[in-house]
Design a protein around this ligand. Structure first.
Ligand code: UDP
Length: 323
């Protein structure tokens, strides 16, 4: 290690949406980065531009089978998991595996190298919250046998496992609970609300609102979230958990009309059946992130949506009126 900062980081799920942005941010800060991914919900294109970087290496591996990395490791950032409801509902057993056996492999690697271990947990640990906004002290309201439990409960277990390794083996654990995040590199067919609405609006298809659309989310732009992840990785000794997310809450219907306005699309809005156990409200209390990390999001929803729309428009070859 140099100057108190970790210099070589292993990022699991490094080819995914947030993983690839994290790899890039760490490289820019002078880290060497080992990106590990089994490409189960990505295809490698998010990191193909990094392959020529001497500090970057890519390992295609399924971490549930163990994780062997040669050379020093100063930080392990465990982001690997299907993260979109559509993905984890399609891959329930893989989702449970990567948070349980996969987390254990990451913790073992961190233990072998005396590395800082960062767990990407989720606002889903709060389930359908009865406390609003959600502080880290809230224990949550999760249906342990519902379809979403493969994600919610496995991430809760991953937190528990991390804390047990921290207490029993002295691992330097940091847990972040990531709230809804959007931006370039969301997969087109990912299924999450921002990517769905933008792609639907740009291609003239109806925007699919699940249920009455009055459920809320609070949307954080990827670069803000990445700043928070890097701050937590650098904050040795800070265990958390720490919420990372934007506090600007809006309904799904409000998001639909923002996307229609921003794209100039004349797509209609259709209502489909509500998802089972879909949280009705979600908004982070980010006081702790401010106190412990000096972190707060800076990108407005309007700006973040515009850059995300431009990115999708270019990928889809759609001409828009965006500047
Ligand atoms: N949603 C929707 N239409 C879509 C995709 C999602 O109405 O095409 C809703 C979904 O029911 C949820 C919210 O948007 O209430 C956020 O869903 P997303 O999958 O993005 O993330 P979640 O917060 O559920 O993990």
């Amino acid at each position: 290690m140099t100057g108190g900062l970790a210099r070589r980081a292993v990022v699991t799920g490094g080819a995914g949406f947030l993983g690839s942005h994290l790899c890039e941010a760490l490289l820019a800060r002078g880290y060497e980065v080992v990106c590990v991914d089994n490409l189960s919900t990505s295809d490698g294109t998010n990191v193909s531009h990094l392959l020529g970087d001497v500090g970057f290496s890519f390992v295609r591996a399924d971490i549930t089978e163990g994780l062997m990395i040669d050379g020093p490791v100063d930080a392990v950032a465990h982001l690997a998991s299907p993260a979109s409801p559509a993905d984890y509902l399609r891959l329930p057993l893989q989702t449970l595996d990567v948070a349980s056996r996969g987390s254990e492999a990451c913790l073992r690697l961190a233990a072998e190298h005396g590395a800082r271990y960062l767990l990407a947990s989720t606002s889903e640990v709060y389930g359908d919250p009865l406390v609003h906004p959600q502080p880290e002290t809230y224990w949550g309201n999760v249906n342990s046998i519902g379809p979403r439990s493969v994600y919610d409960e496995s991430k809760r277990f991953a937190e528990t496992l991390s804390m047990a390794w921290a207490r029993e083996r002295g691992i330097d654990v940091g847990i972040v609970r990531i709230f809804n995040t959007y931006g370039p590199r969301l997969r087109e067919g990912d299924g999450r609300v921002v990517s769905n609405f933008i792609v639907q609006a740009l291609t003239g298809r109806p925007l699919t609102v699940y249920g009455d659309g009055r459920q809320t989310r609070s949307l954080c732009y990827q670069s803000d979230l990445i700043t928070g992840l890097v701050a937590m990785l650098d904050a040795r000794g800070v265990t958390g958990p720490v919420n990372l997310g934007n506090t600007s809450e809006l309904t799904v219907l409000e998001l639909a009309s923002l996307v229609l306005d921003a794209t100039g699309s004349s797509s209609e809005v259709v209502h489909l059946e509500a998802l089972k156990d879909d949280p009705t409200r979600r908004k982070p209390d980010i006081t702790r992130a401010g106190e412990l990390l000096g972190w707060a999001p800076a990108v407005s929803l309007a700006d973040g949506l515009l850059s995300t729309i431009s990115w999708f428009a270019e990928r889809l070859g759609v001409r828009t009126l965006l500047k």
